[in-house]
Structure formats: C-alpha cells, structure tokens
Design a protein around this ligand. Structure first.
Ligand code: GLA
Length: 404
C-alpha cells in the first residue's frame, strides 16, 4: 500500500518533459545569427524578418538537398511578433511582415515536409524588446500549439534569473499539457552561468530538450573557439548531462556565412558533431557557395552527429597547447569518432599513439576520413606512433571501426 502511495505521489510530482523529441540532436535552420532583428522590409525586403524570408528558406531546404540529409526545423527567433499582445492577451505576429500570420506560415512549412520553430522569452520582454511571456506562460504555450509550432526557444532576457529553476519547468508543464510535441530549447543555464548561479543539469535535462550554456555565436573563428574553450573547460559537467532527448547547445552553425573559411567550416561541423550538438544553421541558403553547402551536407559528419547512442564526446588530450584531440563513443558498428582540432594559424603535425588517446583495443582500428566521404585510410595499431597533420585553424575527423 505504501509503495502504491509513493508511486502515485511520484507520478503526480513529476513535471519532466515528456515529448519523445530530440532522440538525436535536432537539425534545421535558425534565422538569428544571419538576419538578426532586421525589421526594415521597406529598405531591405529580401533580408528582413518576414514570412517571405522564412518561406524562401524552407524552399531552399527542400530543393537544395538539406532536408534529404536530415535538416528539418525552420525557426524564427526574436522580432517576429507585434509590439503588443492581442485583445485576448495572446502573442500576435507583426502584421506587416507576417501578413498571413504564424499559423499559415507553419502550414506552409509543414506542407514542405518540414517543422517550424518559434522564439519567446521567459521575462517581461524579449532581448530585442518585444513582449515577453512572464505571466503568460500558459497562454503562450497554448497559442504556439494552436499555431502548429514544433519547437520553442525560450530566452531569458529581462527576468529574475533566480526564478528560472521554477519558471522554466512550469513552461515544460504547460507545453506537455497542450498535447502537442514541441521541442523545448531553454536558455536558462546560460543565464544562470552569467549570474554565477549553480546550474543543476539534472533538472535542466529533465525539462528541456536542448539548452544554451554560453555566449551567442557570431560569424567568426574567434567566436567558435571561444565556445569550444568553454565546453572544454566544463566538459566534466556537460558530458554527463547530454543524452537522447536532451543535449547541450553551443549555438548556431555559421558555415556558409562570410566570416569563416573552408577549414574553419569543416572544424565547426566536426566539433558540433563530437559535441552531439544541434545543427541549426544560420546562413542565407539562397546564396551559398557549393563548397559550404557540401560541408553542411557531409553525410559522414552528420552520421557522427546523429549517432543513436547520443553520447557527447570529450577532449582527451591537448598537444603543444594548440591541438586538441577529442573522442566520441558511438553506438557501433561505427565505434568511435576521433577529431583533431588545430586552433593555431599555421599547420601542425601531431605524433601520438591511439593508446595515448585512451584506446586499449589491441588489434587496433580501421580509420575512415569523415571529410572525404568516409574514404578508407588504413588500419591503425594501438601502440604505434602516427603522424597527423592538421591544417591551420582546421580539423581532422575520423570514423573508427574495430579491426578484426
Ligand atoms: C539572445 C539569444 C540569441 C538571440 C537573441 C535575440 O541574445 O542568446 O540567441 O535569440 O537574444 O534577441
């Protein structure tokens, strides 16, 4: 009897996110890094935050092969809404830039076989000053569900950060209650980090599908390595937090923008795949060089990112302070991903054995080059020293199988 009572109490007490989503890291496109809060459709009709822009991106995702390799979500960010709520207290889209409304936009995106994401803020206003959800969490969860939204990024500007441990799980409860599976992206840990409040990742992972933990990315190598540096320093906390249904989010993929070169683009994709991170591109898919499109659509790299075991990789060694070496354990028969990241502005050769990287399997491993369509590289012995040459601000990424 006592056991039954306890069970019932537990069932009532639980508020965990229960949507079955993000079993592997979500993939898609997110407007923010590239298009920001450009609301000037008069002067810049092709690049302002509008239904026209979002529809054009959905079209490119389908027609240019992104959907075929797994990109699925098409996501708005800040600055989509009107400055006021409607007479019933609901959020509403800016009528000039979204004349057909969000439901109609979601219908369009769904008709293309894709999913739609939207943005809200846990505080009184969004970061760009649009209406926030504080005091309206339940209404907003229901409005998003009614519109057919599939992912919600809930930012944390203009709020009391000390209340987030209670407030974000409240939103989780309201999202669950709508009955619509809505992938929940939380900015909560990032705000706690900035406010120096201890982060409870068990609670975060119970309530969010993905979560930001660090500064916003921008279109530069320095920004990418700044994020990687934070992930390296905190990996002992971040790695155990990640798993199917709940992943760390180091922010958007900026491949195809103007600030990083081909080597750096490969490195970002590789690193985000080792991290089991969401692949949310923020770029202009209407205008992208084929070399970057190929990097974004690299099936071998995506295969690592989407590995069903959902385990995040970690740094195992730093060589001469400029090359970081990472291993991600995979579900098998592809057993491991091995990455070398050279942060220096000149090429570097690393000499290392697999045993020094933590591998013990004596027969050794078959190596495939993930950047080169999985080309077979050779069989690598566990104890032999090998040379690896990594391009300036670039990476190497290998798929490893047990050798027989
Ligand atoms: C914050 C977030 C960004 C973006 C902007 C929008 O800075 O971290 O990702 O959503 O707000 O204003």
């Amino acid at each position: 009897m006592l056991a039954i009572t306890l069970l019932v109490l537990c069932a009532v007490g639980t508020q965990a996110l229960d949507n079955g989503l993000a079993r592997t890291p979500p993939m898609g496109w997110l407007i923010w890094e590239r298009f920001r809060c450009n609301t000037n459709c008069k002067l810049d009709p092709n690049n302002c935050v509008s239904e026209k822009l979002v529809k054009e991106m959905a079209d490119r995702m389908v027609e240019d092969g992104y959907k075929d390799v797994g990109y699925e979500y098409v996501n708005l960010d800040d600055c989509w809404s009107d400055k006021e709520r409607d007479a019933q207290g609901r959020l509403q889209a800016d009528p000039d830039r979204f004349p057909s409304g969000i439901k109609s936009l979601a219908d369009y995106i769904h008709s293309r076989g894709l999913k739609m994401g939207i943005y809200g803020d846990y505080g009184t206003k969004t970061c760009a000053g649009y209406p926030g959800s504080l005091g309206h969490l339940q209404t907003d969860a229901q409005t998003f569900a009614d519109w057919g939204i599939d992912m919600l990024k809930l930012d944390g500007c203009n709020s009391n950060v000390t209340t987030m441990k209670k407030g974000y799980p409240e939103m989780t409860k309201y999202l669950n209650a709508t009955g619509r599976p809505i992938l929940f992206s939380c900015s909560w840990p990032d705000y706690e980090r900035a406010a120096k409040i201890p982060i409870n990742y068990t609670l975060v992972a119970d309530n969010c599908n993905i979560w930001r933990n660090y500064d916003d990315i921008n279109d530069s190598w320095g920004s990418i390595t700044g994020i990687i540096d934070y992930y390296d320093k905190t990996q002992d906390t971040l790695v155990p937090a990640a798993g199917p249904g709940h992943f760390n989010d180091p922010d958007m993929i900026v491949v195809g923008d103007q600030g990083i070169n081909v080597n750096q683009a490969n490195a970002q994709m590789a690193m985000w795949s080792i991290f089991a991170a969401p692949l949310l591109m923020s770029n202009d898919l209407r205008n992208i060089q084929p070399v970057y499109r190929d990097i974004l659509q690299n099936k071998e790299v995506i295969r690592i990112n989407q590995d069903p075991a959902g385990k995040m990789g970690k740094r195992v060694l730093t060589y001469n302070s400029t090359v970081d070496i990472y291993v991600r354990t995979l579900a098998g028969p592809l057993e491991f991903a091995l990455m070398f990241l050279n942060t220096a502005a000149k090429p570097c050769t690393v000499t290392v054995s697999l045993r020094q990287l933590g591998f013990t399997y004596q027969p050794g491993f078959e190596f495939e080059d993930a950047f080169d369509n999985g080309r077979f590289v050779g069989v690598f012995n566990t104890d032999q020293m090998y040379n690896y040459t990594i391009k300036a601000t670039g990476a190497l990424l290998y798929n490893l199988y047990f050798s027989s």
